[in-house]
Design a protein around this ligand. Sequence first.
Ligand SMILES: NC(=O)c1ccc[n+]([C@@H]2O[C@H](COP(=O)([O-])OP(=O)(O)OC[C@H]3O[C@@H](n4cnc5c(N)ncnc54)[C@H](OP(=O)(O)O)[C@@H]3O)[C@@H](O)[C@H]2O)c1
Length: 276
Amino acid sequence: MPTSILITGCSSGIGLASAKALKERGYHVFASARKAADVAHLQEQGLNGVLLDVNDTTSMQTALDKILSITHGHLDALFNNAGFLQAGAVEDLTRDMNRKQFETNVFGPMELIKLVLPIMRQQGHGRIIQNSSILGVITKPYYGAYNASKFALEGYTRTLRQELLDTNIHVSLINPGPITSRLRQNALKQYKDSIAASQSGAYQTVYTKMEEDYFMPDASDRNMAQSPQAVVKKLIHALESKRPKVHYYVGAPAQAIAFARRIVPDGFLDWFLTKV
Ligand SMILES: NC(=O)c1ccc[n+]([C@@H]2O[C@H](COP(=O)([O-])OP(=O)(O)OC[C@H]3O[C@@H](n4cnc5c(N)ncnc54)[C@H](OP(=O)(O)O)[C@@H]3O)[C@@H](O)[C@H]2O)c1
C-alpha cells in the first residue's frame, strides 16, 4: 500500500475530498493548491498543504523538493487531479483559450509525471493516477477544448502505461461522470473572462441556455451528480489493488456511456449525445 501521495488541485472538490479521505486512511498526504490562502486553509484542516501551480515549472519543482526533503527522497503516488473546464463552441475558442486549457489539463500533469518518474524508478515502485473524465472517452458539443484536453490526457497516459509495463510503476485513469464540486462555478468564471467577451454570435441561444442552466449551482444535482467520495473509492482501488485497472468509470451514466461507446456506431452515438 502506498504511503506518501501528492495530490494536485486540493482547494476544493475531488482533490480536497481525496486528501481528507486518504489522510484518514493513514496515508502521508501532500495536498497541493495553487493559492497561498488555500494552502493555509489546508494546513488549518490538519493537512500537509503545499503550494503548487501546474502551469508553473518552478512551482512544481519547488513543491516536489519540499516533499522529498520530508519523505527522504520517496514519493509513492501521484494523483494528477487539478483541472478546469473551458466551455464554448469550437468556432468561438481562440488559440489562447485552447492553449490555457491544455496547459492546466495536459501539459501540467505531463511535466509533473516527468519530475516524479525518476524518483519512482529509483525506489522501484509507484502509482500514478490521472483524473480524466467521461469526456475523455466521448464528446459533447460546446466542450471542445475540455474534450480535446481529456482525450489528449488519455492518449498520453495509455502510452505511458505501455512504456512502464515492465516496471512496478502502475498508471490508471479515473473517468468521472458528473461530480458535485466547484467545477461549474469555476467554469462560469472562465467563460465570463473568455467566450462571453469574444463570441461570434452564432451560438447566442446555446450560451444563454448554458448561463441559465449548466452553470447554475444545482445543475449537477439535475444531472445525477455523485459526491466526490465516489471518485475517492476508485482512487483507493487504483492505489491499493495488486492489479489496478486502466480505467475507472465513476457513476452509472459514465459506466453506461463507456459501454455504449464500445458497441454503438459512432454516428448514432454523436446524434444521441447532442440530445442529452
Ligand atoms: N466535477 C465533475 O463533474 C468532473 C467530472 C469529470 C472529471 N472531473 C475532473 O476532476 C478534476 C477536479 O475537478 P473538480 O470537479 O474537483 O473541480 P474543482 O472543485 O473546480 O477543483 C479543481 C481544482 O483544480 C485546481 N486548479 C485549477 N487550475 C490549477 C492550476 N493551474 N494549478 C493547480 N491547481 C489548479 C483548482 O484550484 P483553484 O481553486 O485555485 O482554481 C481546484 O483545486 C478536474 O481535472 C476535472 O476535469 C470533474
